[in-house]
Design a protein around this ligand. Structure first.
Ligand code: XMP
Length: 513
């Protein structure tokens, strides 16, 4: 049976992935495709609906992104958001102009009143807050459309042609600041596109298991396990399907958090697979000895990782498939690549040529992170693994500023474990996107008992973010910070001072190195 599908036509806006995630949260599968996708490809995907995203251009500029106007004759419901709304208006005979005064431009939370009789706004209050971000507005709306929402500065905040099922909103329903954004998207999907909502991780698991079984047959699969959520869930899915045909190679570089290596290993006990754990701590520490420069540390770990994996895979011999935990944001983002390199991320990029395999399999290629976690739960992976916060490939190496030694790694592990334990106890963990301890390279004077100490300062870092591109430092209650600090200086030798990082990203980054 064909899966329902919504196409998110990408005009380069900053929230495009978020739109797709929100649609998926409504149990509807969707794909983000560039606005240049040929119409025949769009038609071939048989979408139940199309969403035009926002974008940085103005529709009246020459060379601004456009669509093939035939798209409006497919008979498919369309929702235009911000730029997408203006584009639809212009293409269908309306007009869009720059706002002439500052008061006509809208950025941020805006009081908006909507016609609740319109399909899009059914079931929500007449007055609500929406999130606006536009400097252009629709001066004239196209024939057949009605204005269905307005704000003080913007008389045409939303338009609709319910006969053709075309809708346009100036605001961003996908961001949390739009009070009823989720309901508005849901209305579009369920009332206009008439979807039934067949996208659940339970369904996905069944289809994915069948697909893998068909593809792999009696073949052998090799997977490099990092301990992170993605590779663990990919491993569990394949383990569930082909059992002993799967070999997982887990390279423990000795720079994991406290007990993490054992946790990963234990999680896979329930499956009968070939599980190879390589304890490579000594080897990594030897390579890293005396290295202080962050980028060098990252490169060394990346290279050494490949070398260990290569050695292990040689022992295994030829395999049929190499499995990777690539997820949907990686797929969308590969292709964009103009950003400056702030840090070279250590993730498996491209196809490794040192492993002898016929084909690559990426069973999570269609999934967003939240979906990967849910799938992990469905597969019976333990919650500590599934809801694990992001952890960088180079591990604690980039949280020990300056040179790395085993003693420093052990010290940091203990302090980090206390921080995590207290945060969880206080129920703060669910509010935070990422939180960890960093061993600074700074020593300072303290007094403990009656004696002088000269020990390390430990930094605590906690952030809240949707996408990790930007992040805000988290407002952890003082009493929680106090407990963490007291416990760390009392329980972890070598630390006599604890500081809390109050910088957001930008200008800082999440990790210190
Ligand atoms: P930054 O420090 O760049 O971190 O603000 C953003 C997010 O990326 C994670 N991070 C990494 N993840 N390999 C990874 O897989 C890496 O080399 C790496 N460096 C940073 C970081 O933990 C945060 O979640």
């Amino acid at each position: 049976m064909k899966r329902e599908n919504i196409i998110v036509l990408d005009f380069g806006g900053q929230y495009n992935q978020l739109i797709a995630r929100r649609v998926r949260e409504c149990n509807v599968y969707c794909e983000v495709v560039p606005y240049t996708t040929p119409l025949r490809d769009i038609r071939a995907m048989e979408p139940s609906g199309i969403i035009f995203t926002g974008g940085p251009s103005s529709v009246y500029e020459s060379g601004s992104p456009k669509v093939d106007s035939e798209i409006f004759r497919l008979g498919v419901p369309i929702l235009g958001i911000c730029y997408g709304c203006q584009l639809m208006a212009q293409e269908l005979g309306g007009s869009v102009v720059p706002a002439v005064s500052d008061s006509a431009r809208e950025y941020g939370k805006t009081e908006t009143s909507a016609d609740v009789g319109c399909t899009l706004f059914s079931g929500i209050p007449e007055e609500s807050i929406t999130w606006m971000s536009h400097g252009d507005y629709m001066e004239k709306i196209p024939d057949g459309f009605k204005v269905v929402a307005r704000s003080k500065a913007c008389p045409n905040a939303a338009i609709a042609d319910e006969r053709r099922n075309f809708y346009g909103v100036q605001f961003h329903p996908e961001v949390n600041h739009t009070e009823y954004g989720r309901e508005i998207l849901r209305n579009f999907l369920y009332n206009a596109c008439k979807v039934s909502g067949d996208w659940t991780m339970g369904n996905y698991k069944e289809t994915a298991v069948e697909d893998i079984r068909r593809k792999v047959g009696n073949g052998r699969v090799l997977l490099g396990l990092s301990g992170g959520v993605d590779s663990s869930v990919a491993a569990a899915l394949i383990a569930e399907t082909v059992g002993r045909q799967l070999t997982c190679v887990f390279v423990d570089h000795g720079l994991m958090r406290k007990d993490e290596g054992d946790e990963v290993e234990n999680a896979f006990k329930k499956w009968d697979i070939n599980f190879v754990r390589v304890n490579a701590e000594t080897r990594f520490l030897l390579k890293l000895a005396g290295v202080t420069e962050p980028e060098r540390k990252r490169k060394i770990i990346g290279e050494e990782f490949i070398r260990v994996f290569e050695e292990e895979s040689k022992k295994i011999g030829a395999v049929d498939y190499l499995a990777q935990g690539t997820i949907y944001p990686d797929v969308i983002e590969s292709g964009a690549g103009n950003a400056a390199v702030i840090k070279s991320h250590h993730t498996v990029g491209g196809l490794p040529d040192y492993v002898d395999f016929k084909e690559i399999i990426e069973p999570l290629r269609l999934l967003f992170k939240d979906e990967v976690r849910e799938l992990g739960r469905q597969l019976g992976l333990p919650e500590y693994l599934v809801s694990r916060q992001p952890f960088p490939g180079p591990g604690l190496a980039i949280r020990i500023l300056g040179d790395i030694t085993k003693e420093k790694a052990d010290t940091l592990r203990e302090a980090d474990a206390i921080f995590r334990e207290e945060i969880a106890k206080a129920g703060e963990d669910v509010k935070l996107s990422q939180y960890f301890a960093v061993l600074t390279n700074m020593r300072s004077v303290g007094v403990m008992g009656d004696g002088r100490t000269y020990d390390y300062a430990l930094a605590l870092r906690a952030v809240v973010t949707d996408d990790f591109m930007t992040a805000e430092w988290a407002r952890i209650p003082y009493d929680v910070l106090d407990r963490v600090s007291t416990r760390i200086v009392n329980e972890v030798p070598g630390i006599n001072r604890v500081v809390y990082d109050i910088t957001s990203k930008p200008p800082a980054t999440v990790e210190f190195e």
